[in-house]
Structures are given as C-alpha cells and as structure tokens.
Design a protein around this ligand. Structure first.
Ligand code: MG
Length: 388
C-alpha cells in the first residue's frame, strides 16, 4: 500500500509495517506492502489455479454458468475489499485472506470434505479450513528456501478460522488465540463475513438457474420478497433472469451496508484504538445487525432444505463420497498405487510437521485434486479399460 493509503487506515486496522512477520525471514519488498506480496503469492500458487475446477455446489462439468470454487473466491474478495475500504481497514490483507480462504477444499465441495473426514477419522480427521493453512504453510513447494508460501502471520491467522485445542497447541503462535480466546484481526473477521454474503447470494442465483429452487418459493423469505416486490413494481415485463439479478444485487447491497453500519457502530462502542485492542476484545466486532442476522439465517435454512438437500445435489454428493472414499481405500490398502509425486511431497515437507504418515499423505493427495482429476483417477484405478 502507498504511504498515502496507509495514512488513511483506521487506528484499529492492521498495518503492514506492524506485521508479526513471516516464519522465514525475508527482505521487505521494495514496491509492495507485505500484504500485497502475500496476495500475489496466493494468486500465483498451484492450489489457487485448481480452484477453477473444484465444486462450490455444482460439480464443474454440470454447466459452465455455475460458480466454481474460484469464482466464489473472487466474489468473496470483491465483497470483502469493498467493505474493507468503507471501514478503512487494510484492503490488501483482507484480499489476501479472502483469496486464500478456500485453498484447502477437497474436490466435490462439502461432500468431498465430509467423505475424506470420515476416512481420516482414526488419523486426526480432515478439515478444509485447517487444510487451507497446510497448503500455504507446507504443501505448496515453489520456493528454494522454504515450504509453503511463507505468508505473514496475519494472513495465516486469517486463513485459520477455527481450530481444536489439540491442533492449536501444536501450532504454536498461530494456534494461541484458540487457547486464550483472543479474536483475529478485523480483516480476518471481515473476510469470513464476506464469504457468507457471497455464498448465500450466489447459491440462490445458481439454484434458480439450475431450476432446483423457484422464485415462488423464495418469495416466502422476507429478504427476497421485499426486493422482489420493489423490482416488479418498478419494472414491468422483466424476464425472470433479470428480476433475479435485480433482486440479488439488492440483497447483497443490503447485507454489505448493514455489515458496514453495524461494524462501525460496534467499533465505536467498543472504543478500540488499535489492532491489538481488537484482538483482546471479548467478541468479534465485524458483524450484522440482529435483524439482518435473522434474515440471513432464514435464507441459509431455506438453501439447506431446498437446495443443498435437493435430490439432484444429493445424487452428486453420493457419487462424490464414493469417489473420495474409493480412492482413499485403494491408496491405503496399497500405497504403491500412489504416484511418485505424492511421495515427493511427503518426503520433502511432512517430516517437518510430524505428519509423515500414509493416511495424511493420501489425504493431502486427494484434497489437492480437482473434481475432474478425481473422477479420472478413480477410473484409472477401478476401470480396467482405462489407461493408467
Ligand atoms: Mg468460501
């Protein structure tokens, strides 16, 4: 960030100059801030590119118009940056966290993560949020002097939204806040809220496009119906697609404005004067008003019941679980089926993190797959007609 930009930040924003730094000390960048460098490293890493072929709700090959993990990530970054600027928070740090937040997702979205977690139940489990941290601290192998991307403490902290006590203890400084119940930076809190705004709205849009939910159904929700009524009263003879866009952009706008106003109010009332005071404060300061939180909850419940549990989504979920657990079983039963590259990863990095076990190597290998790679790999292992 330029000096000009830096002086405009609020006193409770994270300042790049005050960063707790990187695990491996590096020279400061000459033309960028430390957080800009974090963001740039994330955009250039392999796991980021693979987000393009990972499921958000709909499997990648179901259609070209649906969100993927990558377009979801870009929408989260857009929403988070807008809010960061309005609240005078550090936009670069917010963007870095938003761009990295889903790097650890398995293929096939939550279905994939649940299946892999079940497979790993005896071996420490699998959690996509913790895996995102693993990607940026261990699994990306691009630099001569360190594993991972060697991001700043603040970016890593933002990626790790939750963590159990056992893992927190093993993580050292990064895990500390889960033991002492401190808050993460405002930028981390904000990226998390932006994630929720993005998926609630784009899943509504994608669900309508897929024909799994209808405008009629959505009109039972106040957050949708109030803007629906406004749009159809203002514009006559609009197509359903245009109505949907007009309504959803109003919903996003209302959620963003509510989050800004409520957070501004929280910050003022809390009287926090520094990024450290934010961490010591007893609860998160970025959040929605009670009314908006309730409206969001209704929308979330609706999406869970009508979209995420739709039989077509469930059929995909069922297939995805079979692919993931089939791959896992095959590799665990005979680790010689693993390609050399999966072992290379283990040899070079896992020893440092005391997780050099076959289950973890297999989980890392599967989690890194895109949807289509997982499907192809499944065929290579189980379909005798497939070339290996
Ligand atoms: Mg997300």
């Amino acid at each position: 960030m330029t000096e000009d930009g830096e002086t405009k930040l609020a006193p409770y924003a994270s300042q790049a100059e005050a960063s707790r730094g990187r695990e491996y000390k590096e020279d400061s960048p000459s033309q960028r801030s430390e957080y800009q460098r974090d963001r740039d490293r994330i955009v250039h890493c392999g796991a980021f590119r693979r987000l393009e072929y990972k499921t958000q709700v709909f499997v990648n090959h179901e259609g070209d118009m649906f969100r993927t993990r990558l377009t979801h990530t870009i929408e989260v970054a857009q929403i988070a940056r807008s809010i960061a600027r309005a609240l005078k928070l550090n936009e670069d740090l917010t963007e870095a966290i938003a761009l990295a937040h889903d790097l650890g997702h398995t293929p096939f979205g939550h279905a994939g993560q649940d299946a892999l977690n079940t497979c790993m139940r005896e071996h420490g489990g699998f959690e996509h949020n913790f895996q995102s941290l693993r990607v940026v601290t261990v699994l990306e192998q691009r630099y001569a002097e360190f594993d991972g991307l060697n991001l700043t403490f603040e970016s890593c902290e933002g990626v790790l939204k939750h963590c159990n006590k056992e893992r927190a203890k093993a993580l050292g400084p990064l895990g500390q806040r889960f033991l002492t119940r401190e808050q993460p930076s405002l930028e981390a809190q904000l990226a998390n809220a932006a994630d929720e705004i993005a998926y609630n709205n784009h899943d509504t849009d994608d669900g309508l496009r897929a024909g799994m939910i209808s405008i009629e159904q959505l009109r039972s929700l106040p957050i949708f119906s109030c803007y629906f009524d406004e749009v159809v009263a203002k514009y006559r003879n609009l197509s359903d697609r245009r109505i949907t866009h007009e309504v959803i952009r109003r919903m996003i706008n209302a959620q963003v404005n509510d989050l800004i106003a409520t957070s501004q109010n929280n910050l003022q009332e809390a009287g926090v004067e520094s990024a450290d005071a934010v961490r010591q404060f007893g609860k998160p300061l970025i959040g929605f008003s009670e009314d908006m939180a309730e409206l969001n909850l209704e929308l979330k419940r609706f999406l869970r019941d009508k979209l995420y549990c739709h039989y077509r989504v469930k059929r995909m979920t069922n297939k995805a679980a079979k692919v993931i657990s089939g791959l896992y079983e095959a590799f665990i039963n005979d680790s010689q089926l693993l390609p050399d590259s999966a072992y290379g990863l283990a040899d070079e990095s896992n020893h440092r993190h005391h997780e050099n076990t076959t289950p973890r190597i297999v989980a890392d290998y599967i989690a890194g797959m895109t949807d289509r790679f997982a499907i192809t790999e499944y065929a290579r292992i189980f379909d005798p007609r497939e070339l290996t």
